[in-house]
Design a protein around this ligand. Structure first.
Ligand code: GRF
Length: 211
């Protein structure tokens, strides 16, 4: 293995609420060896989310996490359970992939600068929900995606990788979202590889990448 700076990680958990196309890209890259991370487990707060089916098909533990009574965050007993699952599966890095809840202090403290998220906009523009629609409604000419470390804010953590796409005349929310999603998968793999190989270091808001 070539020498790398900083820490290295090996076992990645993916947490998501939806269809899991980013999770699939990660599962495929992990299985082929293109990504130097093993997927430890896939967790979803939605019992019948397709992301869990993708994990089962890949032979990876697929775990439903009941987050009640909370509707928009991962907190309390559900957070404790999440920590237990992550520990039980020997996880040292976490990727949020379409997880529709805010993570809270307990998870962030347990995985400091080891939780990544992908957001379908060029942050800090258009945080929050349906960012592709926000970009279109705003009249932006360029849209894209951002992979960042997770902090307590809504899509506010230090940025690791961004990829831009044009907004075209005649775009609908669907066409723009799908153009962004094509870039999400390579962006997430690139960011995960950098973090896994210890090539990132955080200085304030900045993620410094060392080759
Ligand atoms: C992606 O657009 C991601 O940027 C956002 O949620 C969506 C998840 O898509 N956070 P998928 O479940 O990975 O297909």
């Amino acid at each position: 293995m070539r020498a790398v700076m900083g820490k290295q990680y090996s076992r990645l958990a993916i947490i998501g609420s939806g269809s899991g196309s980013n999770a699939q890209a990660i599962l495929d890259a992990s299985a082929s060896g293109a990504l130097p991370l093993e997927v430890s487990c896939v967790i979803s707060d939605v019992a019948d989310a397709y992301i869990l089916e993708r994990a089962r098909k890949a032979g990876i533990p697929a775990i439903h996490l009941d987050c009640a009574p909370f509707k928009t965050k991962l907190d309390g007993a559900a957070q404790d359970r999440a920590l237990e699952i992550l520990r039980d599966h020997g996880t040292d890095l976490v990727a949020l992939a379409g997880f529709m809840r805010m993570v809270k202090q307990g998870l962030i403290d347990a995985f400091p600068h080891r939780i990544l998220n992908i957001h379908p906009a060029l942050l800090p523009a258009f945080p929050g929900l349906q960012s592709w629609k926000q970009a279109l409604d705003y009249g932006a000419k360029v849209a894209g995606c951002t992979v960042h470390f997770v902090d307590l804010g809504m899509d506010t953590g230090p940025i690791i990788v961004q990829k831009a796409v044009p907004v075209l005349e005649g775009d609908t929310p669907e066409t723009l979202h799908s153009r962004i999603q094509e870039q999400e998968h390579p962006a997430y793999l690139e960011a995960l590889r950098l973090v896994a190989e210890g090539q990132t270091r955080i200085e304030g808001r900045k993620v410094i990448i060392s080759p």
